[in-house]
Design a protein around this ligand. Sequence first.
Ligand code: KIV
Ligand code: ZN
Length: 391
Amino acid sequence: MTDRVYIFDTTLRDGEQSPGCSMTTPEKLRMARKLVELGVDILEAGFPIASEGDFEAVDAVSREYPWAQVAALARCCTLDVERAAKALTHARRPRIHTFIATSEIHLKHKLKKTRQQVLDDAVAAVELARRHVDDVEFSAEDGARTDPDFLETVSRAVVAAGARTVNIPDTVGYSIPSEYGALIGRIAKTLGDCAIVSVHCHDDLGLAVANSLAAVQAGARQVECTINGIGERAGNCSLEEIVMILKTRGDSFPYHTGVNTEHLYSASELLSSIITFGPQPNKAIVGRNAFAHEAGIHQDGYLKEKSTYEIIDPRSVGVPEGKLVLGKHSGRHAINQRAKDLGYELSREELDDLYHRFIGVADHRKKGLMDEEIVALIRQGREEALRVAAD
Ligand code: KIV
Ligand code: ZN
C-alpha cells in the first residue's frame, strides 16, 4: 500500500487572483463542479475578506457542493477569520486556511512586526479558527525563506493551538529541490503524526513541480496546486503534472492521489474557456502538442508500437487519441496510415505522389495539414492520374 498524497486545489483562489484569470461566481461554480468530478481533496474557493465576490463564491461553492472539503483563506487576524468562517457556514467539511508571513524580509519590510508578535498572531488566529471549525490549516507565508529554527517554533505552536495542516509555501518560487526537500523533511520530523505537512510552490524559477515532488519525498502529504499551473506571477505547481508524475513514476514515488486522471484534460479545457488564456501548446499533459508526434522517425516508431514514444496513454488523462500531427517532418509511413484512417488504400505510386504533394504544401507551413487537406491532395493526385491515362 502506498502513501496517500492529498491534493489541495487552489485554482479558484491563488489561480484566480492572477492577471487574466478573474472568475465570476457562476464561473467558479462551473469550475468547482469539474474539480469535484476530478476528485481533488480540498477545494480552496476564495479569500472572503478580499471582496464581496470572493465571499459569495466561497458561500456558493459550500452550498452547491456541501460534501466537498471547501477551504477559505484568511490572514491571521480576527476580521479575516470571522469572515472566512461566515462564508463557510454551509460547508459540511469547512477548512479555514489562515496565514502570516514568517521570513525576516516580510517581517521587517511588510508586517513591521517582531517574531514574537507574528508567533502570537498565528496562535491566536488558529485558536479563533478552531472555535468555528475543526479543520484549520496554517500557512507560514514565505516559509521557504524563513529561518528554519523559527519555522519549527511556529509550526509546533500552531499545531498545539489546533492546526491540523501546516503549509510551508515557497511563496516567491526561490527554492531548489534539495534545499526545499531538506526544510520540509525537518518540519515533517518535528511534527510527526501531529499534523499533515503541506507544500505550496510558485514557479518563478520553473521549479514548482520539482520542489513539490522533493517535498513529498521528504514527508509532505498535501500538495497545493492549480489546473494549468495558473497562479501569482509564473504560477503555482501544476496539478496535472504532479498527479501524473506520481501516477506514471510509481516505481520511484510510492504515493497515490485520489484524482480521477481521465478528467484532467477536460478540466484544463474548461479553465481555458473561462479565463483569458490556455496552456502553451507544449505544456506537459494538457498542451495541444503533448501527445502529438510530428517527426517522421517518431511517427514511424509510434505507429509500430506506441510505447516507443509515448509514456502516458492519452486516454488516461482524457485526451481521445494520441493525435499525429502531419507536417513537413512526417514520413511516408505516417502519411499512409493517415490516408488509411481517412478511408483511402493507396498503391505505392499513389503514396509516392501524395508524399511529394504533401511535402510541397507542408514545407511552407508552420502548422500541420488538416485531414480535409490530405483528402484533397489524394483526390487531386487521382484526378491527375486519370487525366494522364486518358490522354
Ligand atoms: O504563496 C503563498 O504563500 C500563498 C499563501 C497564502 C498560502 O498563496
Ligand atoms: Zn501562493
